[in-house]
Write a protein that binds this ligand. Structure first.
Ligand code: 4GX
Length: 262
């Protein structure tokens, strides 16, 4: 995977791809990263990249000529890549889209500042508009970094464990189970006994139950979209049964609570 970022703030990306897993992937040659300063393609002596909007109003608009030249230059180097504009007008990034983006040989990420880019750039040179969420940033740079993190970890070999990204529960519309590390007791709270039992079948079962209950409580929308396995269904049915049993025990021992509700 090759990332090329187009921005007027190229220095913002140095720390991003020098550190952590991204930095390691770059050093190992699994990721190619480069940044193009849009200002280098400005044709006047003051290297201006913005101008006042036609029709008036506040704010500035990114001029089309430097941006067009910068995009063409990036495409020349990576003809098979996809050109993405980070903008609140785009489709909101999700895991499925990150997966699809990871399939390209290269991504050219265009970071707008000010009020945005001249609309004619959008029409002629952008393949896809992507938003990272419904809030307003000051520029596309952080959005591009978010996108690159989501995509980079899906590239084979970037994460240490070859399949840890594929096994992400999010890919399967499930939230992660809780995680614990040492010490076994922290500020009076002990690690669940099952995780220290060494019984891997029981641990897997517990983790799946925790993932399912978390998803049900925190993100029912995900659970609704999930394709449930036989094992998932068995766990959910067991909860239904457990709850029914609790209710049944109540109504037989306490007839008041039944009559007051009816
Ligand atoms: N997810 N912004 C981009 C300037 C801009 C506006 C329109 C191109 C077209 C954002 C987001 C985001 C603020 C980045 C406006 N550039 N980007 N910028 N949310 O809010 O991606």
């Amino acid at each position: 995977m090759d990332f090329t970022v187009l921005t007027i703030f190229p220095e913002m990306f140095d720390p991003f791809w020098q550190h952590g897993i991204i930095g390691k992937a770059v050093a190992k040659g699994q990721l190619g990263v480069s940044v193009i300063n849009i200002r280098d393609f400005a044709n006047d002596k003051h290297q201006v990249t913005d101008d006042r909007p036609y029709g008036g109003g506040s704010g500035m608009v990114m001029k089309p000529e430097p941006l067009a030249e910068a995009i063409r230059s990036a495409r020349q180097r990576l003809p098979k890549s996809r050109t993405v504009l980070l903008t609140p007008q785009g489709r909101t990034l999700d895991q499925e889209q990150a997966q699809a983006l990871a399939g390209y040989e290269g991504l050219i990420l265009v970071c707008g500042r000010y009020e945005g880019v001249d609309e004619r750039i959008n029409q002629s040179l952008i393949d896809e508009e992507i938003s990272i969420g419904d809030y307003v940033l000051m520029g596309g740079e952080l959005a591009a970094m978010v996108l690159m993190e989501a995509v980079a970890r899906l590239i084979p070999g970037v994460l240490g464990n070859e399949n840890s990204a594929a096994l992400d529960s999010f890919t399967e519309n499930l939230l992660e189970h809780p995680h614990f590390t040492r010490p076994s007791v922290f500020e009076g709270e002990a690690v669940p006994e099952v995780l220290r039992s060494g019984n891997h079948k029981a641990i897997d079962q517990w983790r799946l139950e925790m993932s399912l209950i978390r998803t049900f409580l925190k993100r029912p929308d995900l659970l609704k979209a999930k394709r449930l396995s036989r094992q998932d269904i068995d766990i959910l049915k067991k909860w239904c049964k457990d709850i029914e049993n609790i209710i049944a025990a109540q109504s037989s021992s306490d007839s008041d609570s039944l009559s007051s509700s009816g």
